[in-house]
Write a protein that binds this ligand. Structure first.
Ligand SMILES: Cc1ncc(COP(=O)(O)O)c(C=O)c1O
Length: 440
């Protein structure tokens, strides 16, 4: 069994996280319940930041808030001195409401609306990561309303796609995001932006994928970007002050995953950039990265209560829990794999194989196939590890199942940071028919 962060087994044979007994948490807050190991989030944040500091490079580590966003999470990120990447009006609103310093907020998105852009500019966010020509036009119109020049990065698709251990050089930039790096689009975008009085072109952004366990893709992306920067220096006298190489650093979900330390990713990225900067004889740009999953993924654990069981003779045993694709859609959406234990009986032999079924009305709502557990009984507490990224943030109300509560644990204390949704919450936006209902 692999225990992440501060997770331990206590004297009652229960799983403990952040010095708090998870069985007690299940009793106090109910299930399904998302638990975040705050010390582990802090450790991850610091290791990225310190890696840049050690290399003497000016940098921003921006938390990709799509992985998990809430007021408390944003306050924690602010406390650790990170920046914040948001991709929608809703994420931006949450950030502002949390008191996050707006100068460290970066607005992303492939279809930002006029209102989202205006909201970001009214709050003087640190930068807008511009994705397409439509957005340039919107920003051009908006720029006349503000005194300061709008700081922007241009997002490029570098023709490098990284997945786990491999990267694919697509050559073609077939993506809904960003300006093609190799087909002339980015030059057109630079020329347009440089001619807009109210916009300041700060630099270039690219993001090559997610759950990446190798650094070759990042190095290649940096190489592609800098080949172009050499040309832009000549043609436009444009030298980026910022180069943002995105997120995507992999984490351990199961024993098949072998993540690299944050330091290693940072060293390789910095070395790659330094090499080109030295060749060109230009100033080192600020390097920005945007980790999401690697900051919160393995810090999250979800607790469920076991309910019904079904044995299909000679095939398998299904064990149903009180959540599923409504609180974690990743297994149904892209066959994501997880490890789990019985939190109330961790020390018992996990030597029976069962498959964990969600409670949603979908055959595809299976959380984990063929999971080794002890003989499972109703009311047992199942703890699924590594659910901290893209779990709660993708939670939904399918089958009108209320979304779970979220608790932060640290130094023996638990704090509720997102309340469980109630049935009343589910109908809060529903409106009855205008006409009087006649019972038939
Ligand atoms: C532009 C951008 N930056 C950062 C991230 C975060 O990626 P990860 O959570 O894999 O670190 C994403 C994820 O989709 C992204 O699209």
């Amino acid at each position: 069994m692999f225990l992440h962060g501060t997770s331990e087994i206590n004297e009652h044979g229960h799983l403990e996280i952040g010095g708090v007994d998870t069985v007690t948490l299940a009793k106090d807050y109910g299930t399904p319940l998302y638990i975040y190991d705050v010390a582990l989030i802090r450790e991850r944040a610091r290791s990225f930041k310190q890696a840049f500091e050690k290399m003497g490079v000016r940098a921003q580590v921006a938390y990709a808030s799509k992985a998990f966003s809430s007021i408390a999470m944003f306050q924690l990120v602010a406390e650790e001195g990170l920046s914040l990447d948001v991709v929608s009006g809703g994420e931006l609103y949450t950030a502002i409401a949390s008191g996050f310093p707006s100068s460290r907020i970066h607005l992303h998105g492939n279809n930002k609306s006029y209102h989202e852009l205006k909201m970001a500019l009214d709050h003087e966010v640190g930068c807008i990561v511009v994705d397409n020509f439509y957005e340039i036009e919107l920003l051009k119109g908006l720029s006349t309303q503000y005194k300061r020049k709008i700081p922007v990065l241009l997002r490029v698709t570098p023709g490098v796609e990284a997945h786990t251990h491999d990267y694919i050089t697509t050559g073609q930039e077939d993506s809904k995001f960003g300006f093609g790096l190799l087909n002339g689009q980015i030059e057109q975008a630079i020329e347009t932006i440089l001619n807009i009085e109210g916009i300041h072109l700060l630099g270039i952004h690219c993001h090559i994928g997610s759950q990446i366990f190798d650094t070759a893709g990042f190095v290649l992306a940096a190489e592609r970007v800098f080949e172009k920067i050499k040309e832009w220096k000549e043609s436009y006298s444009f030298i980026p002050e910022v180069v943002n190489l995105g997120g995507g650093f992999g984490i351990r979900y199961t024993e098949d995953d072998e993540p690299l330390p944050a330091t290693y990713y940072v060293e390789q990225i910095v070395e790659a950039v330094k090499k080109h900067v030295n060749e060109m004889g230009i100033n080192m740009p600020e390097i920005w990265i945007e980790p999401g999953r690697s900051l919160v993924g393995d810090a999250g654990t979800t607790l469920y209560t076991v309910g019904s069981k079904k044995t299909v003779p000679n095939i398998r045993e299904y064990v149903a829990i009180d959540g599923g694709m409504s609180d974690n859609i990743r297994p149904a959406l892209y066959q994501a794999k997880y490890e789990a234990v019985l939190a109330n009986r961790v020390t018992e032999k996990h030597d029976k194989e069962v498959s964990i079924a969600g409670k949603c009305c979908e055959s595809g709502d299976m959380l984990i196939w063929d999971l080794p557990l002890p003989e499972v009984k109703a009311e047992d507490i199942l703890a699924v590890f590594c659910t901290g990224a893209y779990g709660y943030s993708m939670a939904n109300n399918y089958n009108r199942i209320p979304r779970p509560a979220v608790v932060f644990v640290e130094n023996g204390e638990a704090q509720l940071v997102v309340k469980r949704e109630s049935f009343e919450d589910l109908i809060v936006n529903d409106l009855p028919l205008k006409t009087k209902i006649t019972q038939k």
